[in-house]
Design a protein around this ligand. Sequence first.
Ligand code: VG1
Ligand code: CO
Length: 539
Amino acid sequence: MRIVSTTPFTDQKPGTSGLRKRTAVFAQPHYLENFVQSLFDVVEALRGGTLVLGGDGRFHNDVAIATIIRMAAANGVTKVLVGQHGILSTPAVSHLIRHCGATGGIVLSASHNPGGPDGDFGIKYNVENGGPAPTSVTDAVFERSKLIDEYRMAEGAVSLAKLGEQRVGDMVVSVIDPVEDYAALMESLFDFDAIRDWLTAHSMAFDAMHAVTGPYARKIFGQRLGAGKAALMNCDPSADFGGGHPDPNPVYARALFDRMFGDDAPDFGAASDGDGDRNIVLGRGVYVSPSDSLAVIAANAHLVPAYRNGIAGVARSMPTSRAADVVADSLGVPAFETPTGWKYFGNLLDAGRITVCGEESAGTSSDHVREKDGLWAILMWLNILAARKQTLTEVLSEHWAKHGRHYYSRHDYEEVDADAARFVMAKLDEQLAELPGRALHGETISAADSFTYHDPVDGSVARNQGLRVMFESGARFVMRLSGTGTSGATLRLYLEAYEPADGDHAQDLQRRLSVIAAIANELTGLRRTVLRDAPSVMS
Ligand code: VG1
Ligand code: CO
């Protein structure tokens, strides 16, 4: 074991989901080591504990895993469970932590950000309930990283290709099949027979976007559920995601959208992101907004074996549309509104106050793990379609006819000048108090605030979680700065308009939201200030 002297970096503050930087930043000497040692210093239970370790297979994954294994040995970790070839999806890590009683887990991923030498890299830490480390932990790691002057490193190497146990010093390294335990968990939750039957008469397409879910999809959709080869797109994980951007939205999942909106489209389509925690779902010629997906899943969960006794409650991140609240109301269960980021759902799930939760960014999950879970959400939809014996379009139309439709879209202004983005936010912030009562373009503002979350379980408070402007019509817009980007700033504008149950649910989405978008733009000078004529992505 060696002690290596180092000097602190000042920028190791984790964002919405772990520490993300350019790959070149992570590849510089001591950068990863400093952060990992800070983690070992803060989470003392890792000494003598078990650590789950894996990543989404992006460039630098193998190098980082070898380093972390040596550091774990030097820091007294008893056992590391690592996915074969260094592969583990985020939800699989969450499950393994819980299943094996591990102290925590490290996921190497920058999720939807592109990978490769010129792309991004990232590291996330999950705690013993399987969920993302709460801010109390990430803040402590950041504080430690500013003071660190040495780290510990053992000698030794393991083969990530070979399943089974190896050793680095006294520490056991167990190389495990990344899919097996996770696939068994899925099989325990869903009616695989019904889905298998459904797939004999229907077709699906799943796009793994060259990212981590490829091997999971092959085993679950292919081998266990009998989906044919043509159903599985881009299922070989590649270090740079085939040169793509593993973010499942209409821009980056173009191939899937073309197929679902083309002639002879399959009955069902889906995709997942870099680390497998997010999902999108499509029907023939129709895209399900992630906010609607959460609402439909909540409303139909009782059709799925694991949730046959109903759900305890629902939670959504603040910018997520209020479609799920309407469902919770009709089911007579509580609805919670949390800040963006999965870490805020953990307490509610642990306390049994909610069963399902989700985010507008295409993350949906339940209490089976403590992460968002892309393949779980896709299996929910398949199970619901199989149980209801309806097309996806029919399920969605009936949902709107019962609960009304929340027209919803997120407009991202990616990699704009950071000062300009902050200026836009400040400009809206300073107007909040005087906005209620104002009428613009025929819409009257009913309330406006900066979102503060009071965690009902542990009493912690999270401030400045996004600016929201509500209208009397039931419409709303929200603005916040992304916490996952690595260059410049990404400004997100979330737009929502409500059409009641007896209203017109077949309007053009962007047209329906154009008035709210115009008001947001006028109040903040958004496009003028960030020098963009249009958003980079509308999802
Ligand atoms: C984005 C999403 C957020 C999600 C986060 C991590 O954060 O908006 O809902 O939880 O990514 O997802 P931000 O701060 O950029 O808006 V993932 O799939 O990157 O682990
Ligand atoms: Co992700």
